[in-house]
Design a protein around this ligand. Sequence first.
Ligand SMILES: Cc1ncc(C[n+]2csc(CCOP(=O)(O)OP(=O)(O)O)c2C)c(N)n1
Ligand SMILES: [Mg+2]
Length: 332
Amino acid sequence: MKKITKEVYLKWYEDMFFWRKFEDKLAAVYIQQKVRGFLHLYNGQEAVLAGALHAMDLDKDRMITAYRNHVQPIGMGVDPRKVMAELFGKVTGTSKGMGGSMHIFSKEHRFYGGHGIVGGQIPLGAGLAFADKYFKRDSVTLCYMGDGAVRQGSLHEAFNLAMLWQLPVVFICENNGYAMGTSVARTSHSTDIWKLGLGYEMPCSPVDGMDPAIVAKEMDKAIERARTGGGPTFLEMKTYRYRGHSMSDAQHYRTKEEVEEYKKIDPITQVKDVILEKGYASEDDLKQIDKKVKDLVKECEKFAEESDFPPKEQMYDTVYEQEDYPFLQHKL
Ligand SMILES: Cc1ncc(C[n+]2csc(CCOP(=O)(O)OP(=O)(O)O)c2C)c(N)n1
Ligand SMILES: [Mg+2]
């Protein structure tokens, strides 16, 4: 496994702080109605991504997730200004402003969305891994899902085939305790979600999803297994989201005290503590990083603000491949 050095800790701090501030900005501009539709934020869950990115080979591995999907593509190398522009519905966005919050996508960086149908991405992730095995490529697919998504039947179909065909995939459940306003305990006979792998003899385990170092170690084992022909793994990352399910969530299903408890084990604070304890950087050095991050967020917002909305004709561009398709005569 790649060593977890001082540089890695500093990168984790900067990346996670940037993702947090990027999404805080999204929440603010959403209230100003500059971002429309649904908006699901990742605040609190950042270590699950930071640790995984450390274990991945970003030149070949793939990722697919649900609709809580703004910062993953940034982690994989997509220009954050383009992600912000996509959320603003601008033509400079990752999907020319036609996807929006739930559908960030980048073929170039092997980030395959961005899916609004709960659990819909589970068989798609198995399919991406199937293609790699079929074409004898040594890429690994990371397929993320929520604790609500694991109750979809498609998980069982995908798990069975992934094991039968020994696909190079890591299934990751981000257990943040709730599916919208419904707690895991209200929908699950067994609240140990990782045990779902046992029925398929798939290697599986629970993981502390608030510490990127722990996530990186577990992800490294799973990715290595997948890359060397050992088949899939299922990891349940125990994590928490600080904000509501989406922006329109009154959060009556949990107490403020519960949220505050989780903030005590905040992934960014944990990483900051290690940095200061080990003397990797001083408070002043970290303040410099904070400033750099805030400037970049501002730059993303400016880029999105100043970009144009797509021209109306663009509506027809990605629907019909056939240029003389009759409907296109109505093109504006
Ligand atoms: C098939 C389907 N059923 C219901 C919904 C409505 N819905 C949207 S998000 C959600 C909760 C999913 O929770 P979870 O998988 O835990 O993900 P989280 O939001 O916590 O990241 C539901 C029920 C949907 N989008 N798709
Ligand atoms: Mg959930």
